[in-house]
Design a protein around this ligand. Structure first.
Ligand SMILES: C[S@@+](CC[C@H](N)C(=O)[O-])C[C@H]1O[C@@H](n2cnc3c(N)ncnc32)[C@H](O)[C@@H]1O
Length: 223
């Protein structure tokens, strides 16, 4: 369901450590990740699954929310970033955090999941609406789903920066993001469709933008 799977895995394996540096140390990114975890609002003792967890940059913020009695499960299909996530978990001695290699569009999980979170991932899916539906089905009524994504900004003040964003999308991403005649348009459409679907599937869904409109956050409780 996500397009060229092989190229995505190769990209995030080859560039795993560099990706982790950017994912953790880009100025302001920690605050955005913490806010996204707050909007997802996992409760102490709950189980959160992060789909496409990459090198594990969100894991500390999700773990902070569920506390020592909760669980965080990171799912990703790329061995390189998973190895970085795994060493992060080991280094910190987080016994309630686990990472597994699997396809986030067909996760090997059936029940007991309270929240699903995905950051910077839905833009890689050919059919993000179906994937969001599947995640909503996984948590069931009363469970929560949260998304964090980047897309072009429509704010006037940010327009000059959309050129830089284009460079980032076309040069620092695998084919599943950049490989089309209109990579930015495709990314915008996929991100918008996923967040819209989350809004349709959830009561009390909250949608907000940050960083001059480049960062999109959604979270809500499934109807
Ligand atoms: C841009 S990175 C985001 C990583 C992390 N969520 C973050 O916020 O830093 C996208 C990640 O999604 C993973 N991914 C893409 N499609 C996937 C799929 N179908 N199943 C599992 N992981 C996937 C990639 O391997 C990569 O690690």
């Amino acid at each position: 369901m996500s397009d060229p799977i092989g190229s995505t895995q190769q990209f995030y394996t080859r560039w795993a450590w560099l990706y982790d540096l950017v994912a953790v140390h880009t100025p302001g990114i920690g605050a955005v990740r913490r806010t996204a975890a707050a909007r997802l609002d996992p409760q102490p003792g709950e189980t959160v699954v992060e789909m496409g967890c990459g090198s594990g940059a969100n894991l500390p913020f999700l773990r902070e929310r569920v506390g020592p009695k909760g669980r965080v499960i990171g799912v990703d299909m790329s061995p390189g970033v998973l190895a970085v996530a795994s060493s992060r978990v080991e280094r910190h001695g987080w016994e309630n955090v686990h990472v597994v290699r699997a396809d986030a569009t067909e996760p090997p999980l059936e029940e007991g999941v309270d929240c699903v979170f995905a950051s910077l991932v839905v833009g890689m899916f050919e059919d993000p609406v179906t994937v969001v539906d599947m995640w909503a089905g996984l948590v069931g009524s009363g469970g929560r789903v949260g998304l964090l994504d980047l897309a072009r900004s429509s704010q006037r003040v940010a327009r000059p920066l959309n050129g830089l964003f284009r460079q980032f999308v076309t040069h620092a991403n695998p084919r599943s993001v950049r490989g089309s005649s209109d990579p930015l348009g495709r990314l915008d459409r996929r991100v918008a469709a996923a967040h819209r679907r989350l809004g349709q599937r959830c009561q009390n869904a909250q949608y907000e933008t940050h960083a001059l409109g480049f960062v999109r956050l959604s979270g809500g409780t499934v109807d």
